[in-house]
Design a protein. Structure first.
Length: 411
């Protein structure tokens, strides 16, 4: 029988269940802490309640702002477990968690790590308590306005040594944290150091959204399908979202034959909480020689924004209007992508190298022919143009578009 559950403190598991952190159920606790069955966990909790829940000491529930800052410092910087902080502050795990959430609503609390800890710090003499707060020396340097090089801060976060920065610049943890939040946001720890638990869950969530089945993931990771399902569910619970259904590849390809507008298709099925895996979309465009217009539109919008930032107001609608005319003639996504890019490059005198990130040789050759090699009325050029179907269609549509504009002006 698996006896790993004996490694965990039933006292902390009982508190965790009482607090109902993140809506965790008895069944989830039993799974999380490797109890052979829910019944065994129930018996352990019942026994604990009878033996330990009588005449308990009143716990500290309210904290000053200074105390809250210090609790957050112990968890965020010193990496103390919630249990250890709760013991030090003579309070409950729930109260510590509440303070942490108040200081940083987006904080990720690793429940399993905290419940594993068995450390207890108890003050045994009044003499010690004069110079000690919560069982460790209190650090309260003056809150001075100082300029701390961000490179040093980043290195300190990565090496878990923010205390050295506080001492070097004679400043407080609040000041250091404020600078990091201003630069990297509330999740600066995850960004700079990475959160292994969160990263693992995100990996499972991505595999699920890529259309990989639980059975396949279980084989890849060498764990049971039940564990895979639990990790995927935990990922969506962590992000406050509902686990989506995954559309089958066959249904996706069938839907694309009815309507090849991928953006509308994604939006339509998202309303029903059905996710279309990105690998399906890539495979479809590769098989049909199409282009994902979402990527093209993102490139165009980024370029137009850059132009505006340089002090020039570009025509935002022109590339997309031209693409819609190409679409109305029955041409697919490859032609529409070429129309959008060509119009943007031509109107704003940009380099044709903008299309290189798309990694599409046909599109790159067509754009270079239309932009770099353009020689109107040159027989050799016209011959090259006619030999490139993609470039020839866009060129012809552009001429037709130009003639229509001139005609409307004459009228």
């Amino acid at each position: 029988m698996d006896e790993r559950y004996k490694e965990y403190s039933i006292d902390e598991i009982a508190k965790e269940y009482d607090n109902g952190n993140a809506g965790i159920s008895l069944e989830e606790l039993a799974e999380l802490y490797h109890f052979p069955s829910t019944e065994i966990l129930k018996e352990a909790l019942t026994k604990y309640n009878k033996e330990h829940r009588k005449g308990r000491l009143k716990l500290k529930m309210n904290f000053t702002e200074e105390e809250k800052d210090y609790i957050y410092y112990l968890y965020d910087v010193k990496k103390y477990s919630i249990k250890r902080i709760a013991d030090m502050a003579s309070t409950s795990i729930y109260s510590v968690g509440k303070v942490l959430k108040e200081k940083n609503p987006d904080i990720f609390i690793n429940r399993q790590k905290d419940l594993k800890s068995k450390t207890k710090i108890l003050l045994k003499s009044k003499k010690d308590s004069k110079n000690v707060k919560y069982g460790v020396k209190k650090i309260t340097p003056p809150n001075k306005k100082v300029e701390i090089p961000i490179e040093e801060l980043v290195e300190a976060v990565k090496t878990n040594n923010i205390e050295s920065i506080m001492q070097k610049y004679d400043t407080s943890y609040s000041t250091v944290r404020k600078r990091l939040v201003e630069t990297y946001g509330e999740n600066y720890i995850d960004i700079l150091r990475g959160n292994p638990v969160k990263a693992e869950l995100e990996e499972y969530g991505k595999m699920h959204e890529d259309g990989i089945t639980n059975e396949q993931i279980a084989k890849i990771k060498g764990i049971s399908e039940k564990e895979v399902k639990k990790k995927i569910n935990h990922y969506y619970k962590l992000n406050g979202s509902k686990r989506p259904k995954i559309m089958s590849k066959e249904l996706f390809e069938e839907e694309m034959t009815k309507n090849d507008d991928i953006e509308k298709l994604i939006a339509h099925f998202s309303e029903m909480n059905i996710h279309i895996p990105e690998p399906y979309i890539k495979d479809y465009y590769k098989k049909t020689d199409g282009v994902d217009l979402r990527i093209v539109k993102n490139i165009v919008r980024a370029q137009l924004t850059k132009i505006k930032d340089e002090g020039v107001t570009p025509n935002y609608t022109s590339p997309f209007e031209f693409a819609n005319k190409v679409k109305a003639k029955g041409f697919g996504t490859k032609y529409q992508a070429c129309a959008i890019l060509y119009k943007m490059i031509e109107e704003n005198d940009l380099s044709s190298d903008i299309v290189l990130p798309l990694d599409n040789d046909n599109l790159t050759q067509a754009i270079k022919l239309l932009i770099d090699d353009k020689k109107t009325n040159n027989p050799e050029y016209m011959k090259k143009l006619k030999n490139n179907d993609l470039a020839h269609v866009i060129y012809s549509m552009q001429i037709q578009n130009f003639n229509n504009i001139e005609k409307s002006l004459d009228d």
